[in-house]
Design a protein around this ligand. Structure first.
Ligand code: B1M
Length: 211
């Protein structure tokens, strides 16, 4: 039953079991479950629960880090299944996690989706200063700058990038994402789009570039 495998996926993350997470991810793919589906309905549910347990003080940083490692294992398996799916290049994107922020699991998923949907993506990594987003976008002739932020304290970095683009009259489109971000936040800082998840990211970028 598909529901059982989603529950198994969530449990592998909650119990910080990387080997189990990789095995469940592969088994789901072998059963014909789409990478995005096992991720959204299984693994992401697990890491969200871990976040809630951490917030309520029932789980501590070392356990959170081990769950993140299990999540990274699952993401590697599902992202590998997305490789090579696209035929045409629709545009160039530079994408990173903003300065002060090391959360990069969501970013890795977004990048895999964008690549699978025909975009060339440069992964700038995490803890990326505002100036580096702009410099790399210029160097690579990017169409879009994507910024991930998971902390309320680091979201402000997205505003810096958007402001520099406007101040310098640059043409890059900007997309923001990450758990604390919303459409309202994107409007507030003048970003061109907010993406709720990886598939929404593809949709919003397609729309921005008229693809
Ligand atoms: Co951190 N952490 N963490 N953490 N962590 C959160 C974000 C938190 C909400 C947990 C909690 O308390 N409930 C909380 C933030 C509170 C706040 O800001 N208000 C928090 C905290 C406090 C911290 C530390 C400060 C803890 C400490 O040290 N005391 C610390 C900060 C470190 C730093 O960055 N400077 C910290 C550290 C860590 C770990 C290193 C242990 C680990 C990250 C490992 C890693 O990424 N390599 C970690 C984790 C795993 C989490 C939670 C549990 C899970 C994040 C995650 O991977 N989600 C998280 C709780 C939560 O988010 N509910 C939490 C799954 C992922 C698939 O979703 O990243 O949202 P997400 O990405 C989605 C969408 O948002 C969207 O698409 C993705 C795919 O669907 N998206 C984009 C994301 N980026 C996009 C960019 C785009 C488009 C869409 O551009 C085009």
């Amino acid at each position: 039953m598909a529901d059982d495998i989603y529950e198994e996926a969530a449990q592998a993350i909650i119990t910080s079991d990387r080997a189990a997470a990789e095995e469940v991810a592969q088994r789901a793919l072998d059963q014909g479950i789409a990478p995005g589906e096992i991720m959204a309905l299984g693994f992401v549910k697990g890491i969200q629960e871990v976040g809630e347990l951490f917030e309520s003080g029932e789980l501590f940083l070392p356990e959170l880090m081990m769950s993140a490692d299990a999540m990274a294992g699952a993401t590697e398996v599902t992202n590998a299944a997305l490789e090579g799916a696209a035929a045409e290049v629709k545009g160039r994107i530079v994408l990173g996690t903003v300065q002060g922020d090391v959360h990069d699991i969501g970013k890795a998923i977004v990048i895999a989706y964008l690549k699978a949907n025909g975009y060339e993506v440069s992964d700038l990594g995490r803890d990326v200063p505002a100036a580096s987003f702009i410099a790399r976008a210029k160097e690579e002739g990017a169409d879009v700058i994507g910024m991930s932020a998971l902390l309320t304290t680091t979201m402000e970095e997205q505003r810096k990038v958007v402001k520099t683009i406007k101040d310098e009259g640059l043409a890059f489109k900007t997309v923001v994402g990450g758990a604390p971000c919303t459409q309202r936040w994107a409007d507030q800082i003048g970003a061109d789009a907010y993406a709720e998840d990886a598939s929404d990211g593809v949709k919003k970028i397609d729309a921005l570039l008229g693809r």
